[in-house]
Design a protein around this ligand. Structure first.
Ligand code: GTP
Ligand code: MG
Length: 409
């Protein structure tokens, strides 16, 4: 029967204030859904789908079977789709802008170049893909100049139309980070994808932070071992980052522990504005530090505790939207895997199936490319369910959290 989630209310620092106002978390979230009614249909449908699935399965953990049948399905589908498009490497590659400097953009003189570089815009593709307004605000250049620069950068990067066969080949080359569990990798279509945002959501102690730690270690592995041969950036909003766990996990993989720790760049975010600011600043180091993974654990905590009361819902969602756009843009521009963790909110009206759903409403639902719901099972076993993924079936996988990290059951 409906077990009410306690994670949300026990974690929210604003609970007492909300109680004073006589508003519960659930009422707030309900109001949020209503206030975004048009958009909300999809999210409701997703939530319903999740419940139906849970009902169908009678809440049993039949993950092994399910994931192996999915594996078969994936392989078959994969085989069928393993078509050589006959394209040359040069057809697939994005325009190489690495040799360009911002000074090469028509209209950029030394003083504008300095402003751009100082504010972290040294990558032409980043300039080309950002709204000119953001470029203007963050670098302090004029509105017209920002517009001209963005357009010129788009021309250099040839950001226009592409045919699907080229996208098909490009997607085949996207890097993935393995999780440590084969069944979880299968669920993800190989691992956590570079260039995309993956959201892990679930109640407390379901393994969100542990997976995040494991990925910080695994991203450092060479590509032939399931990594991206890069560093990780960990934005910790809850104070739950533990370098000791990174050390344990690295040791279990036979890695040099000191190097493994040096390759995780840590930032503690103290409030939502700070969290957004860290993302802005990160631009300055993503390329120079060869960062291939960004973790934000959790994306929503500060937003939930700072914005309370019905009147705050719209500004909260707006700011969250800005933040998610930052993350999506960084992931796509620098081909970085972005992993965000999210809390759940309880649905008190649900009596069958799982009475929880992801917090953050539609903004998060639309912003993440992959959404994975985590839940507890027996002892150290956890179950991951793919909720929303373009091109991947909805399926489940079981994994364990052990001293060594994330492992198969
Ligand atoms: P919240 O942040 O509270 O929402 O939870 P979470 O989903 O981030 O949970 P987290 O990833 O922190 O998972 C906690 C679980 O991992 C607990 O059940 C611990 O038992 C387990 N865990 C953490 N460290 C270790 C360890 O060193 N060894 C083992 N065996 N388990 C661990
Ligand atoms: Mg956590």
């Amino acid at each position: 029967m409906a077990k009410k989630s306690t994670s949300t209310s026990s974690k929210s620092k604003s609970t007492s204030k909300k109680e004073e106002e006589g508003i519960t978390d659930e009422e707030l979230e309900e109001a949020l859904e209503e206030s975004l009614e048009d958009d909300g249909m999809e999210s409701e449908q997703n939530a319903e789908k999740t419940e139906e699935d849970a009902e169908e399965e009678g809440n049993k953990v039949t993950t092994k079977k399910k994931s192996s049948s999915n594996k078969k399905k994936d392989t078959e589908e994969g085989d069928e789709l393993d078509i050589d498009m006959g394209l040359k490497e040069s057809d697939i590659k994005l325009v190489d802008v690495s040799s360009f400097s911002v000074k090469d953009i028509p209209g950029v003189g030394p003083s504008i170049a300095k402003k751009l570089i100082d504010s972290g815009f040294s990558n032409i593709r980043a300039i080309a893909t950002l709204p000119p307004k953001i470029l203007q605000e963050e670098s302090g250049i004029g509105e017209k100049t920002a517009q001209k620069i963005t357009q010129a950068a788009q021309e250099i990067c040839k950001i226009d139309f592409t045919t699907a066969d080229v996208i098909f080949e490009r997607r085949k080359k996207l890097g993935k980070i393995v999780t440590g569990s084969n069944s979880l990798n299968e669920l993800l279509g190989g691992g956590i994808e570079a260039g995309a945002v993956t959201e892990l959501f679930g109640e407390f102690r379901t393994g969100k932070t542990q997976i995040a730690h494991q990925l910080c270690v695994n991203v450092q592995l060479p590509e032939d071992q399931g990594g991206l041969a890069g560093k990780a950036m960990y934005v910790d909003t809850e104070g739950t980052f533990r370098p000791e766990r990174i050390a344990q996990m690295a040791m279990a993989r036979g890695m040099n522990v000191k190097d493994a720790l040096k390759n995780v760049i840590y930032a503690r975010a103290y409030n939502s504005e700070h969290q957004i600011n860290i993302m802005k600043q990160s631009r300055k180091i993503l390329e120079s530090e060869n960062i291939k993974l960004i973790i934000i654990d959790s994306i929503i905590g500060h937003f939930r505790s700072e914005f309370y009361g019905l009147g705050s819902l719209a500004p909260r969602q707006q700011l969250l939207n800005v933040h998610l756009h930052q993350i999506v843009q960084l992931a796509e521009t620098y081909l970085i895997a972005a992993v965000v963790t999210n809390q759940v909110q309880s649905k008190p009206d649900v009596f069958f199936g799982d009475p929880t759903r992801a917090a953050g409403g539609n903004i998060l639902a639309h912003g993440s490319t992959y959404r994975i719901y985590l839940r507890k099972s027996k002892a150290d076993t956890r179950v991951a369910k793919m909720i929303d993924a373009p091109g991947l079936p909805e399926s489940e996988a079981a994994f364990r959290i052990t001293e060594k990290g994330i492992e198969d059951v």
